[in-house]
Design a protein around this ligand. Structure first.
Ligand SMILES: Cc1ncc(COP(=O)(O)O)c(C=O)c1O
Length: 439
């Protein structure tokens, strides 16, 4: 456990402290409290807030879309970009590119895997599509996922369906998700002797719900079916590593909850399974078993890759458990105020382990798009509207006239949010709940 003073030093905050604050922190240097107590320590979080040079003239509660980077990662990117530009062919390829291996090592340590199992990609989409397109499938083969998987990932399978005749089997899952075992049951009952691939989302983008990835990976393994894990919202949000998920194929974005600059992602493939997957872009002969085959994308901005190192350092210094605890603390601060109240529609379970910092809320009788628009227009609070109409039990997309299964506003504050911002959001929502939208 890092001590308080070390954390502040690592976050670059010590130089900002006055002598009195420094003395207080030094007196507390023996602090070894658990994550949930730490989550309530506003003095620590004040410095995290300052580490992000964000626009405080608005309240950005759509970090689920993409997160800002702390100053240290932004500076690393700017520094490396300027350096590369001095003589790109030489500095990019001879000096910067080899440093990519250190970033690979850092990502591997964070996910608890071997660095020979980690490819650095541009986002989760790239990692996932390498996997989704990379398995040989034949006409009539079945691929299984829920109707709450991310649209781009569903579209990837629909394209294979149109092109190669594979069959995409989709099914709805309960919302809010109170019983993860029900999701496992639903996957299990749709597996047939033609099922060749399973996609499972670690954290559903629509609601923040956490799916039982470990159990679904076990299900796939028992039946010899590869399971692709969409970890776009899981990595560096939930404090879990590969062994807890027990997965073989996992992809994530790093510009979400790791706070790395935009355009960064990670693909993990268990070493002995690398050879099973074709890379999306052709790689060099001899690279079949090499994780780097997924990185053969041509000339690319290497400074972006290297800036992941600064984001990894920030994440490690903050501590995955403490970061997660703070995110849940921020979510609970607003969501528990509304949970169970008349007309409040919470699409996210607040039970421990069911979700992290993301939750989706709507109000009966209030149009969700108008609600988000009102919060923005009147309070400069930025959220995103979620309206989801999935499939029926047989996987047929529901008609446009069917009611939405999820209808609300996704609220995703990041650890740099202040309590005051969370409270301003709650007050704005309360006002609409009590008085409706202004006409
Ligand atoms: C669940 C899920 N999967 C995949 C993606 C794709 O991420 P990216 O756009 O960073 O590739 C997202 C993006 O929001 C997502 O929420």
């Amino acid at each position: 456990m890092l001590r308080r003073r070390e954390i502040l030093a690592a976050l670059g905050a010590l130089p900002l402290l006055n002598a009195r604050a420094r003395a207080v922190l030094e007196a507390l240097a023996g602090d070894d409290r658990g994550p949930s107590e730490f989550a309530r320590d506003e003095e620590i979080w004040r410095f995290v807030q300052e580490a992000f040079p964000v626009d405080r003239s608005m309240i950005n509660f759509n970090n689920g879309g993409v997160c800002p980077s702390p100053r240290s990662a932004q500076e690393a990117l700017a520094r490396q970009t300027a350096f590369a530009n001095e003589a790109p062919a030489y500095k990019l390829w001879r000096i910067l590119e080899p440093q990519r291996e250190n970033v690979r090592e850092g990502l591997a340590r964070t996910f608890g895997v071997d660095s020979e199992e980690v490819a650095i990609t541009r986002n989760a989409s790239e990692g996932l599509q390498n996997l989704q397109m990379g398995f040989d499938l034949e006409a009539g083969d079945e691929v299984l996922c829920t109707d709450q998987d991310y649209p781009r990932m569903i579209n990837a399978f629909l394209q294979r369906s149109a092109r190669e005749g594979i069959r995409l089997v989709r099914f709805p899952i309960p919302t809010p998700l109170e019983d993860p075992a029900e999701v496992v049951r639903r996957y299990a009952e749709r597996i047939t002797d033609r099922t060749r691939l399973i996609l499972v989302c670690q954290v559903i983008n629509l609601t923040g719900s956490i799916l039982p990835v470990r159990e679904i990976c076990r299900l796939g393994r028992e039946r010899g079916i590869p399971v692709i894990v969409d970890g776009a919202h899981g990595f560096a949000h939930l404090p879990v590593q590969r062994d807890e998920l027990d997965c073989d194929f996992y992809a994530t974005s790093l510009h979400k909850w790791l706070f790395a600059p935009v355009g960064t992602g990670m693909l993990y493939v268990r070493r002995e399974r690398i050879g099973e997957v074709w890379s999306l872009m052709a790689s060099n002969p001899g690279q079949e078993e090499d994780i780097r085959k997924f990185e053969q994308i041509g000339t690319h901005p290497c400074p972006l890759v290297l800036s992941i190192g600064a984001a990894l350092a920030f994440h490690a210094q903050l501590g995955p458990e403490r970061k997660f605890a703070r995110m849940v603390y921020l979510r609970d601060r607003w969501a528990r105020r509304f949970a169970g109240r008349d007309r409040i529609r919470l699409s996210t379970s607040l039970e421990p382990g069911r979700a992290g910092g993301i939750a989706t809320v709507g109000i009966e009788g209030i149009d969700s798009r108008a609600l988000s628009a009102h919060l923005w227009a009147k309070h400069r609070i930025y959220t995103t509207t979620i309206r989801h109409r999935g499939t029926d039990e047989e996987g047929r997309p529901l008609e446009d006239s069917a009611p939405y299964q999820i209808d609300g506003m996704r609220v995703s504050p990041a650890p740099y949010a202040t309590l005051d911002e969370v409270d301003r959001f709650s007050e704005a929502l309360e006002e609409v709940l009590q008085h409706g939208l202004p006409s």
